[in-house]
Design a protein around this ligand. Structure first.
Ligand SMILES: [Zn+2]
Length: 229
């Protein structure tokens, strides 16, 4: 090949490389938030994911939710956010809600008031460093464990769940699917964990199945707002 042609071919390849890199960055950088269009006539539920952000499974959950255009709520653990700042930003940018799941995931019923408060505040501070304008509205106590001290010490309302997907017990996707589909009702909050592949697989089946039954999806804030209204 002549030298001039060689330069031309090399130049073309560099150009193609730059263009595709640009496209890729644009695709990754731009996320349209999932809208919440709730009709009062149809049933509505809130899906929640605890214990993240998980670098392996949270992105997979986000992909399924995005494909299905389902908004959800992620109860994040403060210490888990370290090193996963990009993931925290992606959750918020996708239109999902972020809730407080404490800093180190302790059983809060074993702690005194000031320690409980510290667990909650530290998580808010960590999130504040990543998303300065974001304030978490709810606390989900780890293991759903709460008592009088926890309730009195928490500056945030406690949010538990109506349906436990049981995914923390390490079942197969099929079992998670059956548990959710058989137990879910209008107005329910469902708990999942974004730390295992079976939840991801189950979700791929659960979302279309619920949609086929007329279910709509909201964040916890939106769901509770609807209940009040
Ligand atoms: Zn948890």
């Amino acid at each position: 090949m002549r030298r001039k042609n060689l330069f031309f071919v090399a130049g073309m390849w560099i150009l193609i490389g730059l263009v595709s890199m640009g496209l890729l960055m644009n695709v990754q950088g731009k996320i349209d938030p999932i809208p919440q269009k709730i009709s009062p006539k149809e049933p509505v539920v809130a899906l929640t994911f605890d214990d993240g952000p998980n670098p392996q499974f949270t992105p997979q959950i986000l992909d399924v939710l995005y494909e299905q255009q389902v908004p959800a709520t992620f109860f994040l653990v403060g210490q888990q956010m370290e090193g996963q700042e990009w993931l925290v930003r992606k959750i918020a940018a996708s239109g999902h809600e972020i809730g407080n799941h404490t800093d180190s995931h302790p059983d809060l019923t074993t702690l005194e008031g000031p320690q409980i408060l510290e667990e909650i505040q530290k998580t808010q501070e960590t999130l504040g460093e990543i998303l300065p304008d974001y304030t978490m509205k709810f606390l989900r106590p780890p293991y759903g464990r709460q008592n009088e001290t926890v309730c009195q010490s928490s500056p945030l309302p406690l949010i538990r769940w109506d349906v436990d997907s049981g995914d923390w017990e390490d079942p197969q996707a099929e079992a998670i699917y059956t548990t959710v589909i058989e137990n879910i009702q209008d107005g329910d909050i469902v708990v999942f964990h974004d730390d295992n592949p079976e939840t991801v697989k189950a979700l791929e089946q659960i979302l279309p199945a619920l949609k086929a039954r007329g279910y709509q999806f909201a964040t916890v804030s939106t769901l509770l707002g609807l209940k009040k209204g």
